[in-house]
Design a protein around this ligand. Structure first.
Ligand SMILES: [Zn+2]
Length: 301
C-alpha cells in the first residue's frame, strides 16, 4: 500500500504537529507555548537536577521542559494542569510530535540558527556554517488521513519471541507497527546503552503481534533474530513521522575568483546530524549570530 506520509519542511508544515493528539475521532495538530524568560532558568536547573537524581534521561528532561512551556497541546489546555498531569499528556504523544514542538520551542526562544561544524567533503574547509531550523525536513500525516494510515503491518521471516498467555512461548510473525509514543523513550534510564535505547524505541512501536494487542519492553526483544531486527528498523524508518534530525548549509568557502572578478565559492551542501538533547540544542548559537549583535563604541579622546 502506498504510504500517505508526506515530506515537507518545518516552516511549510507551519505550527502544526506532524501527527497530532487524537480526540473524538480526529487529530488535533495545534499547540502553543509561553515565552521563555530569564526567570525560567530556575525551573530548567531544578528540572535538570530532578532528572539526574532519578536517573532519567534526556527525553524525560525534554518532557519536563515542554510541560513547563506548553500552554495548549492539541485539545488540552495546560493552564489548569499540574506539571505531572502535563507530562502524562505529553509522554502519551508521538515521538515526532514532541520533537517537532521541541524544535519550535528552540526557534521561539533562541532563533532558527544552529551552528554546523563539519569539514566540507568537497574542499576541506572547516569553518563554522549556519543551519536554519525552519528548513528541517518533517514527515507528517496529512490532516485528512486517519491515524491508521500511519501504521504498517510487517511479516517477519523468523518472528518476535513472545510468550502467549495460552499458547506459551512462540515466534509471532505478523507485527503491527505504529508511531511510538514519547513515553517509550522517556522511560529509558539515563545511563542506558545504545542497545537498550534501540530496543525501547522498537518495543514502543510494536502495538500488536499476530493481531493481538501487546505492550512490550525493550528487554522482550533481546533475542529478536538479527534479520528481523533489520527489517523492523527499516520499516520504522520509512514510516517515521516527525522531523528528520539533520541540518544543512552551503559550504560557501571562497576558492579564488570568477572571470568577472566576483569571489568563486564552494557550492557543496554540508550536512550535520541534529543533536536534540537540551545541551547543545538550547545552549548554542552560531558565533556569527552573536557577533552581529556587537557594536563598537566609538571612543573620542
Ligand atoms: Zn566546500
Amino acid at each position: 500500500m502506498e504510504s500517505k506520509i508526506v515530506r515537507s519542511t518545518l516552516v511549510e508544515l507551519g505550527r502544526n504537529l506532524p501527527f497530532g493528539i487524537e480526540a473524538g475521532g480526529k487529530r488535533d495538530r495545534s499547540f502553543s507555548f509561553k515565552e521563555w524568560h530569564y526567570r525560567d532558568e530556575t525551573f530548567v536547573d531544578e528540572a535538570r537536577m530532578r532528572c539526574a537524581k532519578a536517573d532519567l534521561n534526556d527525553a524525560r528532561f525534554a518532557s519536563e521542559l515542554l510541560a513547563h512551556f506548553v500552554t495548549k497541546w492539541g485539545p488540552f489546555d495546560f493552564g489548569p494542569l499540574t506539571q505531572e498531569e502535563r507530562i502524562v499528556r505529553l509522554e502519551a504523544s508521538k515521538v515526532g510530535d514532541i520533537l517537532t514542538a521541541w524544535i519550535w520551542l528552540r526557534i521561539d526562544a533562541l532563533g532558527p540558527e544552529m551552528p554546523i561544524r563539519v569539514i566540507c567533503p568537497a574542499c576541506g574547509s572547516g569553518i563554522e556554517r549556519v543551519g536554519d531550523l525552519h528548513v528541517v525536513d518533517v514527515m507528517y500525516l496529512p490532516p485528512d488521513c486517519s491515524s491508521k494510515e500511519a501504521s504498517i503491518v510487517v511479516n517477519l521471516p523468523n518472528g518476535v519471541p513472545w510468550v502467549h498467555k495460552q499458547k506459551g512461548p512462540f515466534m509471532a510473525r505478523k507485527v503491527l507497527l505504529e508511531p511510538a509514543a514519547w513515553m517509550g523513550l522517556a522511560s529509558i534510564r539515563g545511563g542506558a546503552g545504545i542497545e537498550e535505547r534501540i530496543g525501547a524505541g522498537l518495543a514502543a512501536s510494536i502495538r500488536a503481534l499476530d493481531d493481538e494487542p501487546v505492550s512490550l519492553t525493550g528487554q522482550a526483544l533481546a533475542s529478536l533474530p538479527k534479520r528481523d531486527l533489520m527489517i523492523l528498523t527499516h520499516a520504522l524508518a520509512e514510516r517515521a513521522i516527525g522531523p528528520i534530525l539533520e541540518i544543512h548549509a552551503e559550504c560557501g568557502a571562497v576558492q579564488g575568483k570568477n572571470p568577472d572578478g566576483s569571489p568563486k565559492t564552494c557550492p557543496q551542501v554540508v550536512r550535520q546530524l541534529l543533536t536534540w538533547s537540551h545541551n547543545p540544542f538550547f545552549m548554542e548559537l552560531p558565533s556569527s549570530v552573536i557577533s552581529q549583535a556587537f557594536e563598537t563604541v566609538a571612543v573620542n579622546s
